[in-house]
Design a protein around this ligand. Structure first.
Ligand code: SF4
Ligand code: SF4
Length: 82
């Protein structure tokens, strides 16, 4: 999963780009649900939120390390294919 840091300026451009609806407005900044973020595996070659974030505040979440295969299995699960 990726994570949104406190550098987020609440610009809202990432939320509609997420193919898994993993991004939502939190109490102060936007947040990513690690159970839904596949780092865009299954949909795109690159994380879409990272592509559009104007302040580059969406790094890998060190507390949720996942392999490509694990991310793909998550994609299959949330898309109802597994
Ligand atoms: Fe959504 Fe992809 Fe960003 Fe994860 S990396 S939050 S799946 S847009
Ligand atoms: Fe925050 Fe970046 Fe998303 Fe804008 S694109 S809401 S700055 S995380």
């Amino acid at each position: 999963s990726l994570i949104i840091t406190d550098e987020c300026i609440n610009c809202d451009v990432c939320e509609p780009e997420c193919p898994n609806n993993a991004i939502s407005q939190g109490e102060e900044i936007y947040q990513i649900d690690p159970n839904l973020c596949t780092q865009c595996v299954g949909h795109y070659d690159e994380p879409q939120c990272q592509q559009v974030c104007p302040v580059d505040c969406i790094p890998l979440d060190p507390s949720h390390p996942e392999t490509k295969d694990e991310l793909y299995q998550k994609y299959l699960k949330i898309s109802g294919q597994a």
